[in-house]
Design a protein around this ligand. Structure first.
Ligand code: ATP
Length: 264
């Protein structure tokens, strides 16, 4: 069963097709210009697809990358706007989020820091009690420590309220322990779509003497050769290897970088 199903072609995005199960947390990753924002805009209904279809079960909230809000509005006006624009509105959830992050309700949006504006948009999105939450680089204006804390609070909200989360990010190192699914885009196409745990189990890095092929069967994601040594990142690997070959699992960051290196 899926809560989001999409097959999207729009501008640089060419036939990207995927499904998200309910309650999943998916990181959407890819280089600048790979099509993440376009895809999210189509899913959110902000852009019409050129071809394909999208289907989302339930209410959707979308926080775009540039967090558009009227600079002259006070924070409390934005919340009032949220109350009036949403048929389901949980002002208490929005208020609690702003209180937790000490965002003053009387200040105008134009007088807030980038991080505080992030919190206003997240409070607005959470107050709308969506079934599916789409976030485009939501934490890019927060410092690394704040990002960690905010992502942890977001995950609590998402799981407490049974939401499905799809968020784009450039910080691959911070996906581990957060996202249970990964969508990796390159040049408007999906390079990788899968559960992070499965992906981590399927990819094994073999290092050994200089060789033209790896010591195991499988799909070679990336091969690197030095003068005396070769290494192969193999998908569906995992078999034991004899010395002098060694095998190890890779991090999500290594996995993403390897797929991107192969694609360019
Ligand atoms: N109006 C448009 N018409 C045609 N192509 C467009 C239009 N707007 C954006 N694009 C192209 O779509 C491509 C994907 O851009 P998009 O913003 O979706 O990428 P992104 O992965 O979100 O990038 P970033 O990580 O930099 O935010 C880019 O090459 C961009 O030039």
């Amino acid at each position: 069963m899926s809560v989001v199903a999409a097959e999207v072609s729009k501008w640089a995005v060419k036939g990207v097709s995927f499904e998200l199960p309910p309650g999943s947390v998916t990181a959407l990753v890819g280089a600048n210009g790979s099509g993440k924002t376009t895809l999210l805009n189509v899913l959110a209904g902000h852009l019409p697809a050129e071809s394909g279809h999208t289907s989302i079960a339930g209410r959707v909230a979308y926080v775009p990358q540039h967090k558009p809000m009227y600079k002259g509005f006070k924070v409390k006006d934005v919340l009032e706007f949220g109350r009036r624009m949403n048929t389901v509105w949980r002002g208490d959830l929005a208020d609690a989020w702003l209180k937790r992050y000490k965002v003053p309700r009387r200040l105008q949006i134009g007088d807030l820091s980038g991080g505080q504006r992030t919190h206003v948009t997240l409070a607005l999105a959470l107050g709308a009690r969506p079934d599916v939450l789409l976030l485009d680089e939501p934490l890019s204006e927060l410092d690394p420590l704040a990002r960690r804390k905010v992502m942890s609070s977001l995950l609590t909200e998402v799981s407490d309220n049974g939401m499905t989360l799809l968020y784009s990010t450039h910080v691959v190192a911070e996906i581990g322990g957060v996202a249970d699914r990964l969508l990796l885009m390159h040049n408007g196409k999906l390079l990788v779509d899968g559960e992070t745990d499965d992906l981590l189990e399927e990819h094994v890095l073999y290092t050994g003497p200089h060789a033209s092929t790896p010591p195991v069967e499988g799909n070679v994601v990336l091969a690197k050769h030095g003068e005396a040594q070769s290494s192969f990142l193999v998908r569906s690997g995992g078999e034991r290897v004899d010395e002098p070959w060694t095998a190890r699992y890779v991090t999500l960051e290594e996995l993403v970088v390897a797929h991107l290196e192969r694609a360019v």
